[in-house]
Design a protein around this ligand. Structure first.
Ligand SMILES: Cc1cc2nc3c(=O)[nH]c(=O)nc-3n(C[C@H](O)[C@H](O)[C@H](O)COP(=O)(O)OP(=O)(O)OC[C@H]3O[C@@H](n4cnc5c(N)ncnc54)[C@H](O)[C@@H]3O)c2cc1C
Length: 431
């Protein structure tokens, strides 16, 4: 755990100590030109680490503190490759040394447990506190276990969600290794909106890849809370081509909507009647909401997400707090690592401009989501977004999905792009 050293004290309060110590509501002089302002970033994931790095790039003298409870970050992107058995946990794990040593960001291993917006102070689990000029939060998601009768958060040790990568990824992988040939894998897929719209379907593809090779008599059933999903045509084309009828997807309106899970019996009851689907391995991905700290600070709406000014990602609830990534309401932008990375740059630019008394820009951004159906069969969806009429809106005619009916060499090229995308974005986020 982090000790609140004199260095941190000076960093936190050194903006102009008089202003900081008395300084409620009036921006310190140095903060106004951005140079010595103190920006605290909560969360060292896709959105938070990007923001911290780009703040330092745009304004090298700015004091940037990143608070993250874990010593390393395991990306969800690539975690389906680990579950499918052809990638290691090491390859999807990133540390903060480059941010600390090369970028000059003060990375504190701790958890934010509260924010006092009036005194612009964050409280940490260790008991320390830090004062900020601007606060950035990219806390990701938490789960709405209350929405599903019969299962609670503690049951994730038996029925993993694996929707935050790390030990949950390893647990699901180990359950698949133990599953008998001829066993049934059941995924209960979440309602919209959720982190990574194509993610569940990439996951069943790569589980099928593993099962086809090692336990070919097995079956995969997806019980979905939705009637359609991202890149559906491309996934279904790939499933038929590579896995025959191993994967059965049930739409919400066709018996897929699960009403109850019995953890002891390992069954899911769908609303189509009294049928209980029995699993040897079950992957329940719960409905989602913004990370808990956003709720604790009072930044969320009735749906559980954080409304922001989509031009800058400044919270609608507080003038000094910016919220980005999965936790935010971001118009047409999906909840993805690529979106969070782009938003991190928008937030960094918006903060630097605000501290320099400059108008925010009308940002343009992009998203690409690659998915693998086999390690050599990649598909993608891409879009460009522009801030217009108060929201991040998709630019007409931009982006699109991979064409259907393509050759295996085309799919192999997209699989190679998938790997290149991963290398590029993780380099941009964690250095
Ligand atoms: C299986 C799967 C596959 C995916 N594949 C892709 C893909 O191919 N491409 C893509 O673009 N996206 C993909 N995603 C989505 C992507 O992982 C997320 O959208 C992205 O990580 C969101 O970034 P974030 O910064 O909002 O949250 P996160 O990256 O989750 O970061 C949140 C961070 O905040 C920290 N935190 C939370 N609370 C606190 C607190 N109180 N104090 C301090 N720190 C805190 C957490 O520890 C965490 O490190 C995938 C997701 C899944 C589940």
């Amino acid at each position: 755990m982090h000790n609140f050293t004199r260095r941190h004290f000076l960093k936190a309060f050194g903006i102009t100590s008089a202003a900081a110590l008395t300084g409620i509501g009036c921006a310190p002089r140095a903060a106004r030109n951005g140079a010595k302002a103190h920006v605290v970033v909560v969360g060292g994931g896709s959105g938070g680490a990007t923001t911290a790095r780009y703040l330092k790039q745009f304004s090298p003298d700015m004091m940037v503190t990143l608070i993250e409870p874990n010593a390393t970050y395991v990306t969800c992107y690539g975690s389906n490759w680990v579950i499918g058995g052809f990638e290691s946990m090491d390859a999807i794990t990133h540390g903060y040394d480059n941010l600390r040593d090369r970028d000059g960001i003060d990375v504190i291993e701790d958890k934010v447990v509260g924010v006092d917006a009036d005194s612009r102070t964050v409280r940490l689990e260790s008991g320390d506190s830090l004062q900020y000029d601007k606060l950035v939060m990219s806390p990701g998601i938490d789960f709405k276990y209350d929405d599903m009768p019969g299962i609670e958060e503690a049951d994730a040790e038996t029925i993993p969600h694996a929707w935050k990568a790390g030990s949950q990824t390893e647990l699901l992988r180990s359950q698949l290794l133990e599953m008998p040939n001829g066993g049934v894998f059941v995924m209960v897929a979440p309602p919209n909106p959720f982190r990574c719209p194509p993610g569940p379907y990439e996951r069943v593809s790569l589980i099928a890849h593993y099962l086809k090779e090692h336990k070919p008599r097995s079956k995969i059933i997806v019980l979905d809370a939705k009637d359609n999903f991202s890149k559906q045509g491309l996934f279904e084309e790939g499933w038929e081509m590579h896995y025959g009828d191993m994967i059965e997807w049930r739409a919400a309106s066709d018996g897929g909507l699960v009403e109850e899970i019995d953890v002891g019996e390992m069954t899911a009851r769908a609303d189509s009647g009294f049928e209980r689907v029995r699993a040897d391995v079950m992957n329940f991905i719960p409905a989602q909401r913004a990370g808990q700290i956003a709720h604790d600070v009072g930044l969320t709406n009735d749906e559980g997400w954080v409304p922001v000014d989509q031009r800058t990602f400044k919270s609608e609830m507080d003038d000094n707090i910016y919220v980005l990534g999965d936790a935010s309401v971001a118009g047409a932008m999906p909840k993805s690592g690529h979106s969070a990375n782009n938003q991190g740059k928008i937030v960094a630019a918006a903060i630097v401009r605000e501290l320099m008394d400059q108008e925010p820009l009308d940002p343009s951004s992009a998203n690409t989501c690659y998915s693998l159906i086999t390690p050599e069969h990649g598909i993608s969806v891409a879009a460009v977004y522009k801030y217009q009429d108060g929201a991040q809106a998709g630019v007409e005619g931009s982006g699109g999905v991979s064409p259907s009916g393509e050759t295996s060499s085309f799919r192999a090229r997209e699989a190679a792009y998938t790997q290149a995308w991963y290398a590029g974005i993780t380099q941009d986020i964690w250095g």
